[in-house]
Ligand binder design. Structure first.
Ligand code: PXP
Length: 239
């Protein structure tokens, strides 16, 4: 069975836009689990632009909820993550000016630093993952680092599909990397830019065990839910 992880960072972004408490990401984490998600993902960014320390701590303390915490290699963030003990961590690159995570980790440069970080989480029995581009070299490096999983960045594939360009080469790369990772006993996840169409294409890759989806899923939920909320307000204001 493939698993669905739901990224709820965007709910925190909406909450922060008002500086008040609604919509509450902690409530959202419980809600998403009840709705059928297998896990939730939150990204504690260095600039705390969406999820904050309080959210992360609260969400990680919810019983029977699998939490995947995305973190950079920043020392302070690593310390926080080790303290609040999520079920899973996924190490991601982080650039100050990016709107979202723009690509996979540069394992060529950061291999030993990441290896050290991964060993700390492994000691605490936290499942470890690296967010990487679909590259065989990076799977080999991930193997040397000793991670449990890799999450393949599907942003490029998604952009090609959305702009109706030829995506077969990029898809082939993802297929080859998934097969190679499994052969090396590394679990394969996929994420970034996924919508219904891209997910339908990727679900055919049997090696992919988990999809982590945020922006489209949360955005689409607005349209799935608007009718109900508008009707509720109409009922309330009816004299
Ligand atoms: N997986 C990882 C590692 C990510 O960094 C992100 C983006 O925060 C996602 C999945 C979700 O991407 P999207 O919001 O485009 O669905």
């Amino acid at each position: 069975m493939k698993r669905l992880g739901v990224n709820i960072d965007h709910i925190a972004t909406l909450r922060n836009a008002r500086g008040e408490n609604h919509p509450d990401p902690v409530y959202a984490a419980r809600f998403v689990k009840k709705a059928g998600a297998d896990s939730i993902t939150i990204h504690l960014r260095e600039d705390r632009r969406h999820i904050n320390d309080y959210d992360a701590k609260k969400i990680c303390s919810i019983k029977n909820l699998l939490v995947n915490l995305e973190i950079s290699t920043n020392l302070e963030i690593i310390k926080t993550a080790l303290k609040i003990k999520p079920d899973f961590v996924c190490i991601v690159p982080e650039n100050r000016k990016e709107i979202t995570t723009e690509g996979g980790l540069n394992l060529k440069i950061n291999k030993s630093k990441i290896k050290h970080i991964i060993s700390k989480f492994k000691k605490k029995k936290i499942r470890t993952s690296l967010f990487i581009n679909p590259s065989i070299e990076d799977i080999k490096r991930s193997k040397k680092i000793g991670v449990d999983c890799v999450e393949i960045h599907t942003g490029r594939l998604s952009n090609l599909i959305k702009s109706k360009k030829n995506y077969s080469k990029e898809l082939k790369k993802i297929i080859n990397c998934s097969k190679f990772a499994i052969k090396n006993n590394i679990e394969v996840h996929a994420g970034h830019g996924l919508d219904y169409k891209t997910t339908k294409i990727l679900r055919r890759i049997k090696e992919i065990k988990e999809f982590n989806i945020g922006h489209f899923l949360i955005g689409e939920s607005i349209f799935e839910g608007l009718t109900k909320v508008i009707k509720k307000f109409k009922r309330i204001i009816k004299t």
